[in-house]
Write a protein that binds this ligand. Structure first.
Ligand SMILES: Cc1cc2nc3c(=O)[nH]c(=O)nc-3n(C[C@H](O)[C@H](O)[C@H](O)COP(=O)(O)OP(=O)(O)OC[C@H]3O[C@@H](n4cnc5c(N)ncnc54)[C@H](O)[C@@H]3O)c2cc1C
Length: 509
């Protein structure tokens, strides 16, 4: 039997591509290498003795366009966090925290003033993010349209000064021009570095920043109700109800493309034929199977630590933990600390003052815990460490993870009255409920090349003049498309490349 399309990989993007194609009447087969679907969007019971389903890899959603949810009838809810971030700091030997509400309020204003001594930095903050939001409102809707060129996008945005500092000049320039405080500068910079191993002086940081601020025209990062697994479950329901066939334990290891179609073979020796192949796997994996050389990409550079707590720890600053941990909790992420950590890692060392950020999803969505754990006051914590590239783990993954974990926890403990270890849930063998994933683990577990969470380097969401791509999903083989994070405008839990690859195939008739 010949399918209209075969999708290699069943991550969320593959499921979205499959659903759009099936909705348009196409016959679609998905082949997933792992024994479960979902890729980097998965919820798991990470600690067997406890009924807590953690988003093991990705955890927040901003980039998934409402349009896709509506088009496919995806029954999936994301929840706002009232508090955007909390950054603990020490001034004159005393502990404080920079509190930033999602919507600017008196508490945020006072907190900026307490840190900086005046209203200027708070005003600069509001002005900067309102300019960025105006760009987001114009740029985000284009993500589901054919690619515009750089000049077309610039004309559409129509804010030349903002364009200049967001697109043309490295993030370091705008951050240093607009803000004076090292902690405030750092909070801005983190969005330019998540999963991206560069200095603020690299344009790659601008691209990362754009993707973190553009989602749905607001850039608001929300908590998926029920965890990332709820999204995958729902996408599976939608895809299969539209007639998509999904086979797990089916790693594609051979692809032959001719004028008549594409033929793929799995490692178990099964062969399938289709008109088109869509790769949800990273471009480096597709290239390897096709015997082609891949383009260079940055390594993954994040440490993911998942924890289950018996209770929230108290803070030295006296801030209410239910508020401090409700948003993004920044640790050692001042501008100077981030830049220093980058240089240290670049020189092959794990940073002593490890920068990271943390999230407590159960404060927004307790449904990922059983009622019993919820009632007892249990919580989950997700820590995302920055500037810990794959190379640091290559010699001895287990030992490097131990060091990196300890440095992250020590950094966190600087601000806690109750050391984090004292509030972690404990297994019956006395081990603590904490799991650590290095970039190498991500490569092994979910096939992210060198643990790169975006599959490969992110690109600006427009094309350069003369580029013939239409959707940013095309390859040099007219029968093969990229439908995963590695496409242009890919990266993150967005479904955008899935949608766009489906549109590219449907345009072929
Ligand atoms: C630790 C971590 C935290 C993150 N946090 C966030 C976040 O909070 N918010 C956010 O938006 N994004 C986040 N991301 C990024 C986001 O998860 C990914 O960019 C996104 O999940 C990619 O989705 P995808 O469907 O394109 O690919 P994937 O989820 O990577 O799925 C690809 C699938 O292809 C399969 N595959 C690969 N090769 C083959 C083959 N040869 N044959 C068959 N199948 C194959 C894989 O097994 C996998 O299931 C995070 C990622 C990580 C790792």
């Amino acid at each position: 039997m010949k399918y209209d399309a075969i999708i290699m990989g069943a991550g969320h993007n593959g499921l979205i591509a499959a659903s759009y194609l099936a909705k348009a009447g196409k016959n679609v087969l998905m082949l997933e290498a792992a024994d479960e679907i979902g890729g980097a969007t998965a919820s798991v019971k990470a600690f067997k003795e406890y009924e807590a389903r953690l988003s093991r890899y990705s955890y927040l959603v901003a980039l998934l366009p409402d349009q896709i949810v509506k088009d496919l009838g995806i029954n999936f809810e994301t929840l706002s966090r009232e508090i955007s971030s909390f950054t603990p700091y020490v001034k004159d030997g005393k502990d404080y925290g920079l509190h930033i509400s999602r919507i600017w309020d008196k508490e945020t204003e006072e907190s900026f003033k307490e840190l900086t001594g005046s209203d200027d930095e708070g005003k600069a903050w509001q002005e900067f993010y309102s300019e960025v939001e105006k760009v987001a409102q114009k740029m985000a809707p284009t993500f589901l349209e054919p690619l515009r060129t750089r000049s077309e996008m610039k004309a559409l945005i129509g804010q030349d000064k903002t364009w200049d500092y967001l697109i043309e000049k490295p993030m370091s320039e705008v951050i240093k021009t607009k803000f004076t405080n090292d902690i405030v500068r750092g909070v801005v910079l983190t969005d330019a570095l998540i999963g991206t191993f560069v200095s603020a002086d690299s344009i790659q940081s601008n691209i990362c920043f754009l993707y973190h601020l553009m989602g749905n025209g607001t850039g608001e990062w929300k908590v998926p109700r029920g965890g990332m697994g709820a999204l995958v479950k729902e996408l599976e329901r939608v895809a299969t109800s539209l007639g998509v066939h999904i086979k797990t334990d089916s790693e594609v290891n051979q692809i032959v493309s001719t004028a008549d179609g594409v033929s793929v073979q799995t490692s178990a020796g099964q062969r399938y034929e289709a008109e088109y192949l869509l790769s949800n796997a990273a471009p480096a994996h597709l290239d390897r199977i096709l015997g082609k050389k891949s383009k260079d990409s940055l390594p993954g550079s994040q440490l993911k630590i998942n924890m289950l707590l018996r209770k929230l720890p108290r803070l030295k600053s006296g801030a209410d933990p239910k508020k401090a941990f409700a948003g993004t909790f920044h640790i050692n992420e001042s501008y100077e600390e981030l830049e220093r950590a980058y240089v240290t890692s670049k020189n092959g060392q794990i940073p002593e003052h490890a920068p990271s950020e943390m999230y407590c999803h159960t404060l927004t969505d307790p449904t990922i815990l059983s009622e019993e754990l919820s009632e007892k006051g249990f919580h989950t914590l997700t820590l995302f460490g920055l500037h810990t590239p794959a190379e640091l783990f290559e010699k001895d993954n287990a030992e490097a993870k131990k060091i990196a974990q300890q440095r992250c926890l020590d950094a966190l403990n600087t601000y806690l009255l109750d050391p984090i270890e004292s509030v972690l849930a404990v297994n019956s063998d006395d081990s603590l409920c904490i799991e650590v994933k290095s970039p190498l683990d991500l490569e092994k577990d979910v096939r992210l090349p060198s643990g790169n969470i975006f599959h490969q380097d992110l690109n600006f969401p427009f094309k350069e003049e003369g580029d013939t791509q239409v959707w940013g999903v095309e390859t040099d083989d007219p029968r093969i498309f990229i439908c995963g994070a590695g496409a242009q405008r890919g990266g993150g839990v967005s479904g955008i490349p899935g949608h766009n690859a489906a549109m590219a195939v449907l345009a072929k008739g």
